[in-house]
Design a binder for this molecule. Sequence first.
Ligand code: ATP
Length: 303
Amino acid sequence: MSNIISINELSYSYQKGKQVLNNLSLQVPRGAIYGFLGANGAGKTTTIRSILGLIKPSKGNIQLFNQAIKISNPEILKNVGSLIESPAIYSHLTGYQNLKLVCKYLNIPYAKITEVLHLVNLRTQKDKKTKAYSTGMKQRLGLAMALLNDPELLILDEPTSGLDPTGIIEIRNIIKNLQNEGKTIFLSSHLLNEIELIATSVGIIKDGKMVFQGSIQELELLKKKNLQVNLKVDHPQKVIDLLKTQFIANLNDTDTIKVDVQDENDIPIIIETLVRNKINIYEVRLEKNNLENLFIDITNSDQ
Ligand code: ATP
């Protein structure tokens, strides 16, 4: 599969001695919803600014649609729509009038407005002044503005930030529909569960470095590993001795035993061992490593 964005060993610092991006590489496959995850200050917005040619990296290179982005080559960015932070919206104008202004500026026929209003589900609200819009509606209008020139790639910096659950679902559905229309979407977020629900590819950034990149399936696979089984039994110490040749088992403060397992297939092996040794089992509880834990693990490890 070809990559729409390809970043190679990118470095950037706003101030001398404080590296914000540190040899960052990433690849966004064509047609993907790429979730770019990172804690506050990890370097997501700086990466996005670099992709959009708004800042010039000190090292590395960025390719969009297989072409290097350079100040001398702004044409490539015509095929990119972006939404960074709050969209620039005139509050005394209606949604429609705001879109008209962008059309004028970019020389796009007004007929396109109806199409984008449909895409972001704002048709019925188009004649309302935007000062009466909710945060979610403003965000959708910003998205509509970014879509006016029918870009192949959409770059969205924390598009659900500050939205209520309904607003988040709406944006999520719009993004999925846009992907179905053939667009590639690069989406930054610190909302892990959100990314898990929507992304097809994921990149996790920590201190300006990529610490995980892969498909959502690869991330799920990682999640399935490193599970923990909690056991309540009648002879905890005996159980630890029985299991220790195959597993790492420890006593919890609460008298339960924690057993680290590779995957779910280890559970019947544990139970069978205990039954064979006439241990009474009162409880077997599997603790899945959710994305939140995984994210903390990944970002805390020194990879
Ligand atoms: P957030 O989710 O908080 O926006 P982020 O992952 O988008 O975080 P960036 O905004 O890229 O992170 O910031 C990365 C680092 O660069 C932070 O330490 C931030 O303080 C610093 N930084 C960002 N913009 C500037 C700037 N204009 N001048 C100096 N330092 C900056």
